[in-house]
Design a protein around this ligand. Structure first.
Ligand code: CAA
Length: 257
């Protein structure tokens, strides 16, 4: 196996690291296949309750591998490659995913971060959708998700110029939840993952699904989903545990039941 993706289990969290440092962690078919397989394996593992996707200090991910994948690519080969199914598979992971970004998150790298549930960044992070410089446009959700985050005018300016957005600006436009110091970004991201991992997993899953629906459905449809999910959670053991722990002034221990 090429080992283009490394998994470190630190129960109840796991870190999934893209491992192609010589090409700034660019995405090729092997990375996407290994990434999806690793995430699906961890999603099936009840001991793992929050995932962190990361790269290295220099790059979260510089996007699609331009040299490997784009030089010979044609419209027909891109269509036949069915990349969409891999991105969709990541979107369907139920366990909350944090993108921990240091350095570059460009093109498909920015899109990978945006498919996660939370994005946090080192102060060194640089986000961008520079596909325009290659004569193409973002192809894994960039035009849609960045626009939902930043609005039409900011998204167009970023996509049309291909410029890099620094961590502080990314936070200001709502792309990034937290900016951490360069010396501690990954530890800080893992601490956030452990905080989320302590929460009731079924509620966490339904919360992220409800938030995603806010992007894709009408307000009425989103409110309807939220209401049903809210009622459903009253049937869980974790709801009894959370309420009992509050009433009896103790720390709750959630089981995902
Ligand atoms: N694909 C292939 N190789 C890449 C790459 C990519 N996306 N990004 C970087 N590399 C390679 C470089 O070619 C270089 O290889 P060599 O050492 O063999 O020359 C190596 O990684 C290091 O890169 P740099 O020397 O350029 O390092 P840097 O730190 O000065 O700059 C960078 C880093 C800003 C990321 C710059 O490499 C760059 O602009 N990369 C391209 C980013 C890009 O355009 N991404 C969008 C791709 S299209 C896409 O993602 C479509 C989609 O929606 C799915």
């Amino acid at each position: 196996m090429p080992n283009t993706v490394l998994v470190t289990r630190e129960e109840p969290i796991a870190v999934v690291q893209i491992n192609r440092p010589t090409v700034r962690n660019a995405l090729n078919d092997e990375v996407m296949t290994e990434l999806v397989a690793a995430l699906q394996r961890l999603d099936d593992d009840e001991a793992i309750r929050c995932l962190v996707i990361t790269g290295d200090e220099k790059a979260f991910c510089a996007g699609a591998d331009i040299k490997d994948e784009f030089v010979k690519a044609t419209a027909v080969s891109m269509l036949a490659g069915d990349l969409t199914s891999k991105w969709e598979a990541i979107r369907k992971i139920h366990t909350p995913i944090i993108a921990a970004v240091s350095g570059y998150a460009l093109g498909g790298g920015c899109e990978l971060a945006m498919i996660c549930d939370v994005i946090v960044a080192s102060e060194t992070a640089r986000f961008g959708q520079p596909e325009i410089n290659l004569g193409i446009i973002p192809g894994a959700g960039g035009t849609q998700r960045l626009t939902r985050v930043a609005g039409k005018y900011v998204a167009n300016e970023i996509i049309l110029t291909g410029r890099f957005v620094k961590a502080d600006e990314a936070k200001a436009i709502g792309l990034v939840a937290q900016v951490y110091p360069a010396a501690s970004w990954l530890d800080d991201a893992k601490a956030l993952a452990r905080t989320i991992a302590e929460k009731p997993p079924i509620a966490a899953r339904l919360a992220t699904e409800a938030v995603d629906i806010a992007w894709s459905a009408t307000l009425d449809a989103g409110l309807e989903f939220e209401r049903k999910a809210f009622y459903l959670l009253f049937a869980t053991e974790d709801k009894k545990e959370g309420v009992d722990a509050f009433v009896n002034k103790r720390k709750a221990t959630f089981k995902g039941r």
